[in-house]
Design a protein around this ligand. Structure first.
Ligand SMILES: Cc1cc2nc3c(=O)[nH]c(=O)nc-3n(C[C@H](O)[C@H](O)[C@H](O)COP(=O)(O)OP(=O)(O)OC[C@H]3O[C@@H](n4cnc5c(N)ncnc54)[C@H](O)[C@@H]3O)c2cc1C
Length: 428
């Protein structure tokens, strides 16, 4: 059997390594950490680099459906989320340290995973490789891919939100509530009057940013100051919307939400506040919010360049490269966007590698599941202006129009059958 290498131990790589190892297949997991980190990564496997939210848990939500699908496929990140969840309304939010420590322990304890701490700058094409190096893929590996594929990497700019220490906040100026009182969430809400809101938006617009020239952002994760520039009401109808957050039957003009970030409840993330403001400016502007006058920032927001390949041009449906069929690409580097989507594609790549090892005829995941449709989007989109995508209902490849609960039931049934077919065949 060929040697199997997984490059990158983030969300996608951890899923891939753990699935194969748990099913009796030896793998080598390479990660540049801790030798070479990034502004966003520390030392663990499966780190959440920004928000601690894995989005909605509801089965009639696109990301909720995707999470249910990968849970059924044996997802390690879903297992980790069970032991690390923190109250977050109808969303699944986790304590990031407990979450990644759980994943790291599972990987380190697996007898079928060899861990190598090394920057991978080229691939051994005699092996099977699953490349999961994420949006911050080291430049040496990007150069290798550029030569191999004869293509430049694609990229867009994205930004992360700040974290604040609860003990530094004046919570008497805030109130606790989740939107529409749904779920068990303990969001801290900062109500803003019209005057406070307008002043805050103007402060944001005029604050100094790190990168001042225009560049492309991912629309789903715009820096808060970029949203603010789009019009005075943009934030009020976006991350600062007050609908469902009425207090004493009064709807504030706008609301800033803080979400619990760790199980201890000592850290809170500013929801929707991904930003590219200079650190000093973040402190100055965000400290003008009521209750945040003395806020201590456990982490400031940051800007980063996301790299990814042009999947529709370069990838087969089984996530292998057209130019190098034993090289599979998964995670954000393959052109999906988001924690759950990245993990899901890593897990799927591992299923496809397993099929290859077992000598099975390629059996794609059913196309009308959320994960099947996500991959379909990757390989069938127009290569021109290809951009990464989250799980959304708009990409679902349904044979006929169906309600969301039928979609969920059909997906669960289809994945169970598909999985069984792959797992029942013994290893060679
Ligand atoms: C700053 C930032 C904020 C983000 N915020 C969110 C968010 O809030 N919500 C959301 O859903 N998504 C977010 N994303 C997008 C995306 O979901 C995450 O990046 C996700 O972690 C991608 O998973 P991955 O497994 O593809 O890559 P990663 O989780 O980034 O894992 C890649 C791994 O590969 C390693 N590596 C890289 N190059 C090499 C090399 N050459 N050799 C060896 N190892 C290498 C890295 O050390 C890392 O451990 C964010 C991305 C970034 C960068």
């Amino acid at each position: 059997m060929k040697k199997i290498n997984i490059i990158g131990g983030g969300l996608a790589g951890s899923e891939a390594a753990y699935f194969l190892a748990s099913n009796g297949i030896k793998v080598t997991l390479y990660d540049q950490k801790p030798k070479l980190g990034s502004a966003f990564h520390s030392t663990n496997f499966g780190e959440l680099v920004c928000s601690n939210s894995l989005k909605s848990l509801k089965h009639d939500n696109a990301c909720g459906l995707l999470k249910a699908e990968i849970a059924q496929m044996g997802s390690l990140i879903m297992e980790a989320s069970q032991v690390s969840s923190v109250p977050s309304g109808q969303d699944l939010a986790v304590d990031r340290n407990v979450f990644s420590q759980y994943i790291t322990d599972k990987i380190k304890k697996s007898p079928n995973i060899d861990i190598v701490s090394q920057v991978v700058s080229s691939l051994d094409e005699n092996d099977i490789n699953i490349v999961c190096t994420g949006p911050l893929t080291d430049s040496s590996l990007c150069e290798y891919f550029q030569k191999l594929l004869g293509e430049d990497m694609l990229s867009f700019f994205d930004a992360a939100a700040p974290l604040v220490e609860l003990s530094s906040l004046d919570t008497s100026k805030m109130y606790v509530k989740s939107r529409y009182d749904k779920g068990s969430g303990k969001y801290l809400n900062i109500p803003l009057s019209k005057e406070e809101y307008i002043k805050f938006v103007n402060d944001l617009i005029s604050a100094q940013r790190v990168i001042l020239h225009d560049f492309e952002h991912f629309e789903g994760c715009l820096p808060v100051e970029v949203m603010a520039k789009r019009g005075i009401n943009t934030l009020r109808y976006g991350p600062l919307k007050s609908r469902g957050l009425e207090t004493d039957n009064i709807k504030p003009y706008a609301v800033v939400q803080l979400r619990q970030d760790n199980i201890a409840g000592t850290l809170y993330g500013m929801v929707g506040f991904q930003t590219n403001l200079k650190y000093g400016e973040q402190k100055r502007v965000f400290s003008t919010l009521p209750g945040m006058e003395k806020a201590k920032f456990a982490r400031y927001g940051l800007m980063h360049l996301n790299k990814y390949i042009c999947a529709p041009k370069l990838l087969n449906r089984d996530l292998s490269l057209k130019k190098s069929p034993d090289t599979f690409v998964a995670g954000q580097f393959s052109g999906v966007e988001g924690y759950v989507e990245s993990a899901a594609s890593g897990l799927l790549a591992a299923y496809y590698v397993m099929q290859r090892i077992k000598g099975q005829v390629f059996e794609p995941i059913p196309i009308y599941t959320m994960l099947g449709s996500l991959v379909n989007y990757l390989v069938m989109s127009s290569p021109k202006n290809f951009a990464p995508i989250n799980a959304i209902y708009g990409i679902l490849q349904l044979p006929i129009k169906q309600d969301k609960i039928t979609i969920y039931n059909n997906s669960m049934e289809a994945i169970a059958k598909w999985r069984e077919k792959i797992l029942q065949k013994p290893l060679p």
